[in-house]
Design a binder for this molecule. Structure first.
Ligand code: SF4
Length: 197
């Protein structure tokens, strides 16, 4: 079929055009002309567009790798490891290397989603509504399960009916406040964070 022949011919032509070996054998330098291909001719330095660079810490785990965030017109365009950091020395693991996606992904959920008991669907709710409901249910569960003294009379003032599991994107200050509020304030015993798991 003519269409398939043209396509195959075109692919063979592109293969020889972009394959460096024939050009190396013809005398071109592997470090210069012979290394070029149609895709590589269109490549640009990934930071060429950036007009600003700032520093940050990877939000994902307790290792705390340092990051450089490159931006253009106030919008992040690239994130990489900071080579000045003794922790990661310019590297990032696959999670940290994907930080830009956390910031910009269209899949990121930016509104409260609520699934009512026994419902099979999610509803969008205002943030204030969600905060109030969480506070009310936390207080209710805490009051219903609060134990002041153990059967032997030992004072404990705690609840094992409510637990907290924080995400790795919580920073030190947030975790400190969680420990103070949930532990000292509400008497919760089970307080954990994904970064320690
Ligand atoms: S998730 Fe990866 S890049 Fe981020 S702090 Fe932890 S080890 Fe470092």
């Amino acid at each position: 079929m003519p269409t398939i022949r043209r396509s195959a011919s075109s692919r063979v032509s592109a293969f020889f055009r972009d394959w460096s070996l024939p050009r190396q054998m013809a005398g071109q330098s592997v470090m210069a002309e012979a290394a070029r291909s149609t895709p590589s001719e269109t490549l640009r330095p990934r930071l060429e567009q950036a007009d600003r660079v700032g520093t940050s810490i990877c939000p994902f785990c307790a290792v705390g790798c340092a990051q450089l965030i490159y931006a253009k017109n106030g919008k992040p365009i690239h994130i990489e490891g900071d080579p000045r950091s003794p922790v990661n020395q310019g590297t990032l693991c696959p999670k940290g290397a994907g930080t830009l996606g956390v910031l910009l992904s269209p899949e990121r959920i930016n509104q409260v989603l609520y699934r009512a008991p026994h419902s099979d669907r999610w509803e969008e709710k205002p943030l204030d509504w969600a905060m109030e409901r969480i506070a009310q249910l936390t207080k209710q569960a805490r009051d219903e399960t609060f134990v002041e003294r153990l059967p032997d009379g030992k004072l404990v003032n705690h609840t094992v009916g409510v637990a907290s599991l924080g995400g790795a994107t919580l920073d030190n200050e947030e975790n400190y406040l969680i420990k103070k509020l949930f532990g000292g304030g509400l008497g919760m015993v089970s307080i954990e964070n994904q970064a320690r798991i």
